[in-house]
Design a protein around this ligand. Structure first.
Ligand SMILES: Nc1ncnc2c1ncn2[C@@H]1O[C@H](COP(=O)(O)OP(=O)(O)OP(=O)(O)O)[C@@H](O)[C@H]1O
Ligand SMILES: O=P(O)(O)OC[C@@]1(O)O[C@H](CO)[C@@H](O)[C@@H]1O
Length: 300
């Protein structure tokens, strides 16, 4: 079973406007809402690809109920811990550009956190856990603590997060880490201008303990490195509709093909990421399948 952990789920509220004028009344041309949060998006894509998944994390209030009912409609198993505040609403503003306003999210109490630790303590080495996204106020060491526990119990895990949430897990050998270019720059504290710069930074993550490193580069695709391979991955052509969740789809594509070889894993990763970028909601299995053979894979 592949478990996803979303510490801070969200209702993603997409607002489309021709133009946004600060300080004035603006009216939308279209609004949409989706159950969001990085791990939840990963579970949604895993389910599309046909992998068994359970969504874990923290939900609360009417927005939490909305997320759970949306997952149930898609037959996605969930086992969230109830927190006392309302799950946040994140606004995704679409004008000629994409802008995002992500809310802070409800507080996770110590008891809530312990309840998650207990759930994770019953997992088996054949399971896999994907930790993704922000952690609302407090529990700064959540990623490190949970990664250390899973490592001790021999349970593989992957990380889609930023800064020390990602780097603090490296000593515990994450199966996959997936920073985007901006997040990799934050980690290295350098501006990474060339492919060589990105490769060097990815190699440093491998040396620090990651087993596989996938750097997503938006419309430029991705770079993959592990102990055996260094690959440049170019996405198929298409028109960008909505990049929200593209990175999460990439993670789901990669993990869903675990055991089927790196070529299959990276192909699914980029096809899933781009299929989501070319859609208003997350990609469907058909969208992903249609792009699989169009992903270009080159050794570097
Ligand atoms: N404009 C685009 N055209 C084609 N593919 C895209 C585009 N933007 C994203 N993708 C696909 O999605 C993958 C992930 O994109 P990106 O680097 O934007 O991830 P991210 O920043 O983690 O995304 P998010 O946080 O919104 O989920 C890319 O590797 C690529 O396959
Ligand atoms: O605030 P976080 O937890 O970093 O990111 C949350 C979020 O932007 O990530 C997903 C896309 O990757 C969205 O569904 C969601 O709104």
């Amino acid at each position: 079973m592949i478990y996803t952990v979303t510490f801070n789920p969200s209702v993603d509220y997409i607002m489309k406007l021709d133009d946004f004028k600060e300080g004035e009344l603006n009216r939308t041309s279209l609004t949409e809402k989706y159950p969001g949060g990085k791990g939840i998006n990963v579970s949604r894509i895993l389910k599309e690809i046909g992998a068994e998944t359970t969504a874990l994390g923290f939900t609360g209030g009417f927005t939490g109920d909305y997320i759970k009912s949306e997952l149930e409609q898609r037959n996605i198993i969930h086992d969230f811990i109830e927190v006392s505040g309302d799950t946040r609403i994140n606004v995704k503003l679409k004008t000629s550009q994409e802008s995002e306003i992500n809310a802070d999210g409800p507080r996770i109490s110590d008891d809530n956190f312990k309840a998650l630790e207990e759930k994770l303590s019953s997992l088996k080495p054949e399971d896999h856990v994907i930790f993704a996204g922000s952690v609302p106020g407090g529990h700064k060491d959540a990623y490190k603590r949970l990664a250390a526990k899973l490592y001790e119990n021999g349970i593989p895990f992957s990380i889609d997060s930023e800064e020390e949430k990602l780097t603090s897990t490296l000593p515990f050998n994450p199966y996959l880490v997936k920073p985007n270019l901006f997040e990799l720059e934050q980690i290295t504290g350098k501006s990474l201008k060339s492919s060589e710069d990105i490769r060097d930074a990815a190699d440093a993550l491998l040396e620090s303990g990651a087993q596989n490193v996938l750097i997503t580069l938006g419309g430029d695709g991705a770079m993959f490195v592990n102990a055996e391979y260094a690959l440049k991955l170019t996405p198929p052509d298409g028109e960008l509709v909505n990049s929200v969740g593209a990175g999460d789809s990439t993670v789901a594509g990669f993990i869903s093909q675990h055991g089927k070889g790196i070529t299959e894993q990276v192909k699914h990763a980029v096809a899933a990421g781009s299929a989501t970028a070319y859609n208003s909601d997350l990609a469907t299995s058909q969208d992903i399948i249609s792009l699989l053979d169009k992903v270009k894979i080159e050794k570097i």
